[in-house]
Design a protein around this ligand. Structure first.
Ligand SMILES: [Zn+2]
Length: 305
């Protein structure tokens, strides 16, 4: 048997929230040999400390998958462990630090994630895990800390992203409203996250870590799901088998995702359709101006439509 530390491959989904990373994770998670983990960056606070539900519906502490992962990785989840990693995160895992990420605590921080990825692969019997943590800063930490990752950089038209961040949505985990941002703030975060993910492809890294970055446009995924997923699967070295996608509908099964947007709980047929309501929304011109020229480089042209 191959040791998991050399066999586990990590696909990291990066991008600003509301760009389609949760949907992409659910789709890739249906492929053979792939275990979708959700946004592992939030495991410490939302899973271990708050006991929010896993994608399977059980509280984190009662989910058999995550219980087994904790046992394998750390001899069990504990509050001091979660608080320690959260303290490390505040010191090393910040968007403003991505160009000077070296820090004495980096190795300990990255080691915690590597243990989770390896243990999850072992418990799931998978060779590939998906971590949809999204944050560019964590991707930079993992790369600088010597982890080999394949980053899928998911981009979506910033006008659609800004429209989504303005909506009032309740978190299924606790019924509280999800964070809402105004258009200028979304434009700023959209630019910062995407620039930081673009930089990832170019940075020098220690220890010979193999870091690849593949960019994917959410709109292309929705326009041609099977063709886009087939191409992506080939790039990621996954078996491109999509019997669960029929036209613009995907049939998805339960996944043990630790955190993510509400569609992580979806099971059964899921429609793959673009929300075009942003085209008549307010502020799209402001967002267009604030995100130029980067958005143009990703192929999002026009000013208001
Ligand atoms: Zn679960």
């Amino acid at each position: 048997m191959t040791h998991p530390s050399t066999a586990t491959r990590v696909v990291f989904l990066g991008g600003l929230g509301r760009s389609g990373t949760t949907l992409l994770e659910r789709l890739l998670g249906e492929l053979p040999g792939v275990a979708p983990l959700g946004e592992v960056v939030h495991l410490w606070a939302r899973g271990v400390l708050a006991g929010e539900p896993c994608g399977c519906g059980r509280p984190f502490g009662a989910c058999p998958f995550w219980t087994a992962v904790g046992e394998h990785a750390f001899g069990g989840w504990t509050r001091p462990l979660a608080e320690r990693v959260l303290a490390l995160r505040r010191r090393v895992d910040r968007t403003r630090r991505v160009l000077r990420i070296g820090h004495p605590d980096l190795d300990e921080y990255v080691h915690a994630y590597r243990r989770i990825h390896e243990a999850a692969a072992r418990v799931a019997g998978a060779s590939v895990v998906i971590d949809s943590s999204k944050h560019a800063s964590l991707a930079h930490c993992l790369a600088e800390g010597g982890a080999s990752i394949h980053v899928v950089h998911v981009v979506r038209d910033p006008r659609a992203v800004a429209h989504s961040w303005r909506k009032a949505v309740r978190r299924p985990e606790d019924g509280r409203p999800m964070t809402r941002w105004g258009p200028a703030r979304t434009a700023l975060h959209w630019s910062a996250q995407n620039v930081a993910l673009d930089l990832l492809a170019r940075r020098d890294r220690r220890g010979g870590a193999d870091v690849q970055v593949t960019r994917l446009r959410y709109e292309d995924l929705i326009a041609a799901p099977e063709a886009t997923l087939t191409d992506l699967a080939h790039r990621l070295g996954l078996r491109a088998e999509f019997p669960f996608v029929t036209g613009s509908t995907a049939h998805i099964t339960t996944a043990h995702t630790v955190s993510g947007n509400p569609m992580r709980f979806a099971v059964g047929p899921v429609g793959l359709a673009l929300d075009e309501s942003w085209r008549s929304g307010a502020h799209r011109g402001l967002v267009a101006a604030l995100t130029w020229p980067l958005r143009s480089r990703y192929g999002y042209h026009g000013v208001t439509a």
